[in-house]
Design a protein around this ligand. Structure first.
Ligand code: GMT
Length: 376
């Protein structure tokens, strides 16, 4: 099949999932066209069946806001025609489903029918999409999609609760390429550069937005380090970073909290991590938690959104209420204070993550595309 994938090219989970999906589909013989404003961060292997088409938005002084949706929908029309694309798969509803729908309608005028799949990722529904400024357009474009998928049962329910949805929503969870981790023996796992031999390494990875509650992450660590010799690795960039740095200083733990910035090689950080902390207010899936688990890192997370579908209580880690700093710290300490317990949780985390193997999930998307093509 010839498939166009529209996504955000940045470090966000939706862009990562869209890119990994495209690459996996290409390995299975499909021709994939990524269409977005910048080459996606995880797209490092363009080839004869993986192409990237950049959406350019020329600046014009009349425009206070440059019309990205217009440029994207025009680019989609042109690319569908040029490459004979059969399916359009847009990731993150805003504004991709809207632009995709416009492209579909323009193509229809020219006698070309193209089905559109919209995958909902989380904040497009729970945080941004349901704002009254966007809600009518988001509701419309979800209902106008030929197929709608969501990355967890919880996100499906949120979508049905928050919007008037007339479409069936199919849950297709996010995934991980397990084979990559089986092949990788991290000979270059440089733990000794990050911490002393008797220190435990605790990691958090996110975009440091408010929804991640990274100050809670620092507070949980503050409690942990009172009992367990440890360090916290904060990986990412975002608007809450400064506040978290200030908090670490206020608590007098600035020497134990390392802000590493954004990383293209999170597996190299996860390979020496003992525990992963995710203290989000909301999380539709928690891809970062799954990435930790496949690296055999147990997860202490909140019990919000789709996290209970990924992190198994008492198996791959523990889940506590949002804001329950003491509870999360106590669970973390219970895992870290006994080496046998830690090893058991590590093994379990890896086992649970295997359920999300790419080879189980990608065929679900293929089936969906085939069904749509049969109908159109
Ligand atoms: O975490 C973010 O804020 C980024 C955001 C995105 O769309 O890129 O992540 C959402 O999609 C990810 C991939 O499906 C999910 O794993 C995240 O849980 C979800 N984030 C939230 O719901 C806050």
């Amino acid at each position: 099949m010839r498939i166009a994938i529209v996504c955000y090219p940045t470090f966000g989970g939706s862009g990562v999932v869209a890119t990994e999906l495209g690459l996996a589909l290409s390995r299975r013989g499909h021709e994939i066209h990524f269409i977005t404003y910048k080459q996606p961060v995880r797209l490092d292997q363009l080839s004869s069946n993986v192409k990237f088409h950049e959406v350019h938005v020329p600046k014009y002084p009349l425009f206070h806001y440059q019309p990205y949706e217009l440029a994207l929908s025009s680019k989609l029309v042109n690319m569908v025609k040029l490459h004979d694309i059969e399916v359009l798969h847009v990731h993150y509803a805003i504004p991709h489903a809207y632009a995709g729908y416009m492209a579909k309608k323009m193509l229809e005028e020219q006698g070309i029918t193209i089905p559109m799949v919209t995958t909902l990722h989380g904040t497009d529904i729970t945080l941004v999409g349901n704002h009254p400024f966007y809600k009518p357009a988001v509701t419309f474009s979800i209902n106008a999609s030929d197929m709608v998928t969501s990355v967890s049962e919880s996100l499906k329910q949120d979508t049905l609760d928050l919007f008037e949805i007339k479409k069936d929503i199919k849950v297709i969870p996010n995934f991980i390429d397990v084979s990559k981790y089986q092949q990788k023996a991290f000979t270059d796992c440089q733990r000794e550069m990050m911490a002393e031999g008797d220190e435990k390494i605790i990691t958090h990875i996110s975009n440091f937005r408010k929804v991640k509650r990274i100050q809670d992450t620092v507070k949980v660590f503050y409690e942990i380090q009172k009992k367990i010799k440890s360090r916290l690795m904060m990986v990412g960039e975002g608007p809450e970073k400064e506040k978290a740095e200030e908090l670490a200083e206020e608590l007098g733990i600035q020497d134990k909290v390392m802000f590493l910035g954004q990383s293209h090689e999170i597996d190299k950080i996860l390979c020496f991590s003992d525990l992963f902390l995710l203290t989000s207010k909301r999380e539709s899936f928690g891809l970062a938690a799954l990435e930790a688990m496949i690296n055999s890192v147990p997860v202490i997370s909140t019990n919000t959104g789709g996290l209970p579908e990924v992190n198994e209580q008492g198996v791959s880690g523990y889940l506590c209420d949002v804001g329950d700093v003491k509870g999360m710290a106590q669970k973390a300490i219970s895992i870290l204070s006994d080496n046998h317990t830690l090893q058991t949780f590590k093994q379990n985390a890896y086992k649970v993550a295997q359920k999300f193997d790419i080879n189980q999930i990608v065929p679900m998307y293929e089936e969906l595309y085939a069904e749509l093509l049969e109908k159109s």
